[in-house]
Write a protein that binds this ligand. Structure first.
Ligand code: PLP
Length: 400
């Protein structure tokens, strides 16, 4: 059931992004070998940002001096209020620190809290930089692979317990909500994760960039909000970037109540001189959190409708695809394992026959074999076209 909201924002409008150097468009040829695939890959959306954000950028841009700026109390207050109102999480100003990006933040924690050769646990299939921030810094990956139980992904707690007990492993990088499987971890799951980590003296680095995008009534819980003890072993990364489709700006931040951990994080940030951010990042975070809530509520309803559209289409017309509705995010984890195609054939089918650009499941680890990730953060018409393309191609191939 959709909430009764009279739509004020027009998410159906197709906005031409050509000429804006959009990653999603410009790197199509290089990535897919074709310049015109329908781009449903990189995780940004094709919607206009909230008016509060666009207006704040315009207003600031009307002043022609763009020198160095600082983040003021307003920046931290915007975060404090947002976390209180949207996630029922009370944080203090001293717990907040800027991060140039969430991925940069993850890399900084690897540098700050581990030594070369140490182990870092991740839960594949998972967002590709979770692998690279560990490997690129000469640390070892430890895999706590998620288990697909009849379509619902669950954590293998026995394996996590074993990995945590190995003193080589120093921290867990958690994707919460999880990209790409779309799980919103429940309170019970988070408490179990935290219990294992705390008993084994492991840090939890919680990437909560998708926290504002919990859908269908699912409620995101910041793991650090569960208790002071958990918060004391946790660094959380958040941002308005995915929430409000402003990923091209530097708007992320770390939350950490443990002073010692915070000092180490800041040291890593300072050592690389990454503390400045940019002037628009500050303006934009404030305008998004202060004035974007209504836009977000509508946008989430739109996302749910797009997901429903794909779900019904796949169920009725593309039975070789299996889709479990995500509990959060605008990213769908499509299971093609019943299609009879291997990964190479599947990619060729989607790109060359259907002219659709999705993320290859293998980017998210070996567990992604047979899967593709589809971004539905676009006007409905574009999603509908992509689905019809896949159906036409499947008909030509005799798959449906
Ligand atoms: C789980 C997750 N973390 C981080 C990011 C990117 O964060 P940033 O652009 O702030 O580095 C993404 C983007 O898709 C993501 O899905």
């Amino acid at each position: 059931m959709y909430k009764m909201i009279i739509m004020k924002y027009d998410f159906d409008r197709i906005i031409d992004r050509s000429g804006t150097d959009a990653y999603k468009l410009e790197l199509r040829e290089k990535t897919f070998g074709k310049p015109d695939v329908i781009p449903l890959w990189v995780a940004d959306m094709d919607f206009a940002a909230p008016p509060s954000v666009v207006n704040a950028i315009r207003e600031r841009a009307s002043h022609p001096v763009f020198g160095y700026t600082v983040r003021t109390e307003r920046f931290n207050n915007a975060i404090i209020n947002w976390l209180k109102n949207r996630h029922n999480w009370e944080v203090k100003s001293s717990w907040l620190e800027f991060s140039p990006g969430v991925v940069t933040g993850l890399a900084l924690t690897v540098l700050a809290y581990t030594e070369p050769g140490d182990g870092v646990i991740i839960q594949p299939p998972v967002y590709p930089p979770f692998f690279s921030v560990v490997k690129d810094n000469s640390r070892q990956l430890a895999y706590n692979t998620l288990v697909n139980k009849g379509g619902k992904y669950e954590i293998n707690f026995n394996e996590l317990e074993e990995l945590a007990a190995n003193p080589k492993n120093k921290m867990l990088i958690l994707s919460s909500p999880h990209n790409p499987v779309g799980r919103v971890w429940t309170k019970e799951e988070l408490l179990k994760i935290a219990d294992i980590c705390l008993r084994n003296d492991l840090l939890i680095i919680s990437d909560e960039i998708h926290s504002d995008l919990a859908l269908y009534g699912n409620v995101h819980i910041p793991v650090a909000s569960l208790s002071d003890d958990i918060a004391g072993r946790c660094v959380t990364f958040m941002a308005p970037s995915k929430t409000f489709n402003i990923a091209g700006f530097s708007t992320s931040y770390a939350v950490c109540s443990n002073r010692e951990l915070m000092i180490k994080y800041k040291r890593a940030l300072n050592r690389l001189h990454l503390y400045s951010g940019n002037l628009f990042g500050g303006v934009i975070l404030e305008s998004a959190y202060e004035g974007g809530a209504e836009w977000l509520d509508e946008m989430k309803v739109y996302l749910e409708k797009n997901i429903d559209l794909v779900y019904d289409f796949v169920k009725n017309r593309l039975p070789f695809i299996n889709l479990i509705k995500p509990e959060a995010t605008y990213l769908l984890w499509l299971d093609f394992r019943n299609s009879g195609m291997n990964q190479k054939e599947l990619k060729s089918f989607l790109i060359n026959d259907a002219n659709v650009g999705l993320n290859d499941g293998l980017m998210f680890g070996e567990e992604g074999r047979g899967y593709m990730r589809m971004n539905i953060g676009s006007p409905k018409k574009i999603i509908q076209n992509a689905l019809e393309n896949i159906e036409d191609a499947a008909k030509r191939k005799g798959i449906v």
